[in-house]
Design a protein around this ligand. Structure first.
Ligand code: AMP
Length: 270
C-alpha cells in the first residue's frame, strides 16, 4: 500500500494505472467505508482511498474541529483491505489554486441539507472537483447514506469528467443504525436512541405505503420523535428519489431526516 501526500506523488504513482477506483473519505473509517472499498476492488483494477477532512464543507468551525480523527487505525484497516493507494493531502495542496467559476447551487437544489447547512454542498462539490482533477479516476464510489451529496456530486462530476459515480447502499448496524463517523461522538445511551429512531422510521415508511394523508402523518411523526426522544429535527421529509422534488407518495420516493442528539447532527434516509 502506497501512501501519497503530494500531488506530484500522485502523478508518478498513477502513471500506468488503468481503471482506477477512487473512494473519497474524511477518515475515521467504518464498515460503510469498507463496503465502498470492497465495491471498488471488485469493479476496478486498483483502488485509491483519500482521507481528507475538507474544511470548506463545514459551515461551523466547532463541528470541523471536533470531527473524529483516527489516522493510525484507518491505515491499519486500509492495509488489511489491501488498498493500493492512500492519498492524504494537506489543505494547502488541495486549495493551491482559486477556482475560475465559483460553485452555485440552483434554487431548486437548496433543499434538505442544502437549506440547513449553507455552503456545505458548494464545499463538497469544490473538493470533489479538485480531487477528481488530481486523481483522474475511472470510477468514484459513494454512499447512499449521503443521498443528496451523491446526487449533486454525480451531476457535477459526470458532466465535467469521463469519471462515473457508482452509488453504494447504506451499511447499517444490526440494530438498524446507519454507520457514520459521527456515531463516535455519541454516548452509549445516545447510540441506542439513534437506533430506535432508525427503527421507528423504517416502520413509518411501511406505514406510509399503506396510508393516505401523508402530510398529516409526517407532522405527527415529527412531534412524536421530538417528545419521545428529546431531539431537535432539521427536517423529516419525503422527496422523489431521482430529483429530490417534494413528494406525497413514498413509492417512488425516500424519507429523509436530519436531527441533532445533543450537539451531534445525524442524517439518514429510508
Ligand atoms: P465520509 O467519510 O463520511 O465523508 O464518507 C465517505 C463516503 O462514505 C461517502 O460517500 C459516504 O456516503 C460513504 N458512507 C458513509 N457512511 C456510510 C454507510 N453507513 N454506508 C455506506 N456508505 C457510507
Amino acid at each position: 500500500m502506497k501512501i501519497l501526500i503530494k500531488n506530484k506523488d500522485i502523478n508518478e504513482a498513477l502513471k500506468k494505472v488503468s481503471n482506477l477506483g477512487f473512494v473519497p473519505t474524511m477518515g475515521s473509517l467504518h464498515k460503510g467505508h469498507e463496503y465502498l472499498i470492497k465495491q471498488s476492488k471488485k469493479k476496478c483494477n486498483q483502488t485509491l482511498v483519500s482521507i481528507f477532512i475538507n474544511p470548506t464543507q463545514f459551515n461551523n468551525k466547532k463541528d470541523y474541529l471536533s470531527y473524529p480523527k483516527n489516522l493510525k487505525k484507518d491505515l491499519n484497516i486500509l492495509k488489511k483491505l489491501k488498498v493500493n493507494f492512500v492519498y492524504i493531502p494537506n489543505k494547502k495542496d488541495i486549495y493551491s489554486f482559486k477556482r475560475k467559476k465559483s460553485i452555485v447551487l440552483k434554487k431548486e437544489n437548496k433543499v434538505l441539507c442544502a437549506k440547513f447547512r449553507r455552503g456545505h454542498f458548494e464545499g463538497v462539490i469544490d473538493v470533489m472537483d479538485r480531487l477528481t482533477n488530481i486523481i483522474k479516476p475511472n470510477k468514484i464510489f459513494m454512499g447512499e447514506k449521503d443521498y443528496q451529496q451523491l446526487l449533486l456530486v454525480k451531476k457535477f462530476i459526470e458532466k465535467k469528467y469521463k469519471t462515473k459515480i457508482i452509488s453504494c447502499k447504506t451499511i447499517r448496524e444490526k440494530n438498524k443504525l446507519a454507520l457514520s463517523s459521527r456515531n463516535q461522538l455519541l454516548s452509549k445511551a445516545d447510540l441506542i436512541k439513534a437506533s430506535k429512531i432508525a427503527k421507528e422510521l423504517f416502520n413509518f415508511k411501511i406505514f406510509l405505503r399503506n396510508n393516505k394523508k401523508t402530510k398529516i402523518h409526517l407532522q405527527k411523526k415529527i412531534e412524536l420523535l421530538k417528545t419521545n426522544f428529546d431531539i431537535r429535527i432539521d427536517y423529516l421529509e419525503i422527496r422523489k428519489k431521482n430529483n429530490l422534488k417534494p413528494s406525497l407518495n413514498i413509492r417512488n420516493s425516500k424519507l429523509f431526516i436530519a436531527y441533532f442528539i445533543n450537539k451531534v447532527r445525524l442524517i439518514d434516509n429510508f
